[in-house]
Write a protein that binds this ligand. Structure first.
Ligand SMILES: [Zn+2]
Length: 345
């Protein structure tokens, strides 16, 4: 699975592979007992059930990032769904609300915040064939997030099973915008059906539902993390690892410090476009070496230092400036890499 690449363009090819489900490869290895494995013998269905456990997602860690105030602070989130999303995801508003509720079950206890949907808006555009960076730029022009804290675009579902977070999500470093694709239910169900023939329909459906919910939460948190200046992390359990893994469950301590700082500043000084600027630069300058590559950190630092804390209204009047976002795949690390291509991440 490792070398399949994560670019959107290759997503369909990736999904066509037999082991396209993240974790199936490893589970398979455990599924086949060794020749002399007498005492671990299980019935075939028992073995499949055991293997399926490897695919089931873990719970996201809920340890508070810091001592939290008693009252949760509201984050105003505006959501757009493009035409493709609206037509392919039935009852999309209800699903989006349920998705945000699952996210609140994480960001509430961990960061003391609550995502509140300001509005769910139809986006009368199709994005079939539009590369994700282009969608993001379009979303920023459509809505500069002057009167809300974050803007989320829901677009064209990805075809196939996503193994990289950036097949589904994209965001720009230090911004207020992110885009998520819908997920292809059918392909993942088919993959589970072919790998786990002996499980009951209910068991497969539960596994599928749990994985989808976990993946959506992780992709959102990952992209949200990028919008607040987080880089990638090599640890497979960390949400900022770009390869999707059902065991992704936590932000690193450093990442939690960054997120707390940015949330604090953005929610406390809403009129400023980039109120975390100087303090974020200081944190990034002292980031541990496992947070992004040297190059990622240098580029992020340049971006943070270059951004100005000007008024959000002032910026909204001028055309959006391209931000020199860091590349993600620059370090020679073994975990699956590249994400979405050029600037967005
Ligand atoms: Zn990423």
């Amino acid at each position: 699975m490792g070398g399949t690449g994560g670019r959107f363009g290759r997503a369909v090819a990736v999904a066509a592979g037999v082991a396209a489900l993240a974790g199936v490869g490893r589970a398979e290895e455990k599924k086949k007992p060794g020749l002399f494995d007498f005492d671990t013998w299980k019935s075939p269905v028992g073995r499949e059930r055991e293997a399926a456990k490897q695919l089931a997602p873990g719970a996201v860690d809920l340890t508070p990032a810091a001592p939290l105030p008693a009252e949760r602070r509201a984050i105003r989130l505006r959501i757009y769904a493009d035409r493709d999303y609206q037509s392919l995801v039935l009852r999309w508003q209800g699903k989006a609300r349920a998705q945000i509720a699952r996210l609140n079950a994480v960001v509430g206890p961990v960061f003391g915040v609550e995502l509140q949907i300001e509005s769910l808006r139809p986006w009368d555009r199709s994005h079939f064939g539009v590369e994700p960076g282009g969608v993001l730029t379009e979303l920023m022009a459509l809505d500069p997030a002057d009167d809300v804290d974050w803007v989320l675009g829901l677009v064209t579902p990805l075809r196939g099973v996503a193994t990289s977070i950036h097949q589904i999500g994209v965001a720009r470093s230090c911004s207020r915008h992110m885009v998520m694709r819908g997920m292809d239910d059918e392909q993942e169900i088919l993959a589970l059906e072919s790998e786990y023939k002996l499980l009951s329909v209910e068991e497969r459906q539960r596994l599928y539902g749990d994985r989808k919910a976990h993946k959506e939460v992780v992709v959102f948190l990952h992209e949200w993390g990028h919008t607040m200046g987080l880089l990638h992390n090599d640890d497979r359990a960390v949400i900022m690892n770009p390869a999707y893994d059902p065991q992704q469950r936590v932000f690193s301590d450093f990442e939690k410090r960054v997120l707390m700082l940015v949330l604090e500043r953005r929610l406390g000084r809403r009129a400023d476009r980039f109120p975390e600027g100087a303090e974020l630069a200081a944190l990034v300058a002292g980031a541990p070496s496992d947070e992004g590559s040297d190059r990622d950190r240098a580029e992020l630092l340049e971006l943070v230092r270059g951004a100005k804390g000007e008024s959000r209204r002032a910026e909204a009047r001028s055309p959006p400036r391209p931000r020199p976002a860091a590349r993600v795949a620059s370090s020679p690390r073994p975990t699956p890499p590249p994400t979405t291509g050029p600037s967005p991440r």
